[in-house]
Design a protein around this ligand. Structure first.
Ligand SMILES: [Fe+2]
Length: 370
């Protein structure tokens, strides 16, 4: 069952297939209280069929892997573009102030093939194309946490923006990232010089900052990781890996420093926001019976429908459920490369004397030793 149809904005899928990947783009039916979509706000990037369904999309016919939708809200609210990266199930966000065109990019993905250790930038370049298309000036990159399931494109994009827009857009993350960097730099033997000043902004809890004229607040949402932050921008919260779609529930808490108790309190912080606040998730993995990813649901929907949080679940029951569930989860596929990249804010590892760059992979030996 999908609850997407009960969302205030019903999504109408346009199916298309390209290179074996299933992709959708969506039109959004708007309620009368919402302002009209900006002309050209929705574009399919994948097929002529989809493009012909959206009259404003003809200029954008190149091949591109991800999908995006955009929403313009009331005055003083940001425009939100959600861009779904299909291989890791990650939602990337481009959030802009419509009056100044200042914008931030949240949790961008660097493409990585673990079979060949090949890094490519199709997903990141698609974000840049969208930024250019809309005429935005990127003022910041925001990371919700040191991800363990995908590599961050923030550092790559920072360089692209410096070259294209002529300014250094800071990469921000929560102030507790230092703990996470120390832990994983020891584990992966990363030198201090490679991670120490990798992030430009270390957000304090509840720190307020501006995106053009739109107000944003960094909110500490620990649980999945200890450093985890959400970003409230207008009436939207970008919650990273804390709350997922109502039919998935919540994020795992079994990484070092993770805590189901902390996650419970973080979810209560989110669910205490006004009913209509939109919670934009960091990932979606549509289960059987739901055919497409959904980027946001309201606080009200989560209170009523979230499978881990509805019916005023008690802290004790939540923690027990979360810990039992986490016990059965496998390690993320890109765990080791992701952490090594992401504690460096997405910077490349230094070169060896022979001119190569390496990531480390721990061996699983069990009791073996010789
Ligand atoms: Fe994560």
């Amino acid at each position: 069952m999908t609850h997407a149809a009960s969302l205030p904005l019903a999504r109408l899928p346009i199916q298309n297939q390209s290179q074996g990947l299933h992709r959708n783009t969506h039109l959004i039916r708007r309620k009368p209280w919402e302002s009209k979509l900006q002309k050209g706000a929705h574009r399919s990037t994948f097929s002529h069929r989809a493009i012909s369904s959206i009259t404003t999309s003809r200029r954008f016919q190149h091949q591109q892997r991800n999908l995006y939708t955009a929403q313009t809200l009331m005055p003083h609210q940001p425009i939100v573009h959600d861009i779904f990266e299909t291989k890791t199930g990650t939602y990337q966000y481009l959030v802009a102030d419509p009056s100044t065109k200042a914008a931030v990019i949240i949790d961008p993905v660097l493409d990585y093939d673990p079979a060949t250790q090949t890094i490519t930038t199709e997903s990141a370049d698609a974000l840049i194309m969208l930024v250019e298309e809309k005429g935005y000036s990127i003022s910041r990159f925001l990371e919700t946490h040191a991800h363990a399931d995908h590599l961050s494109a923030s550092s790559y994009l920072q360089k692209q923006i410096l070259e294209q827009q002529g300014h250094h857009a800071p990469i921000g993350i929560g102030k507790r990232i230092g703990q996470v960097q120390q832990l994983f730099s020891k584990r992966y033997d990363i030198s201090k010089a490679e991670y120490e000043h990798a992030f430009d902004t270390l957000f304090e809890d509840d720190q307020v900052f501006k995106i053009g004229k739109v107000e944003a607040t960094a909110i500490h949402l620990p649980g999945h990781t200890p450093d985890h932050m959400g970003y409230k921008i207008g009436d939207n919260v970008f919650c990273g890996d804390s709350i997922f779609h109502v039919d998935i529930g919540t994020a795992r808490c079994d990484f070092p420093g993770g805590s189901a108790t902390d996650l419970f309190h973080s979810t209560q912080k989110l669910l205490s926001l006004p009913d209509e606040t939109k919670i934009w998730t960091g990932h979606d993995y549509p289960p059987d019976g739901r055919d497409k990813p959904v980027p946001w649901m309201s606080v009200k929907h989560h209170r009523e429908l979230n499978k881990h949080l509805k019916e005023d679940v008690s802290e004790r029951d939540f923690v027990q459920m979360r810990m039992e569930r986490d016990d059965g989860l496998a390690a993320p596929r890109l765990l080791h490369p992701s952490l090594q990249f992401n504690v460096r804010a997405g910077r490349l590892p230094g070169k060896t004397e022979a001119g190569h760059r390496f990531l480390r992979l721990p061996l699983k030996l069990g009791e073996l030793e010789w």
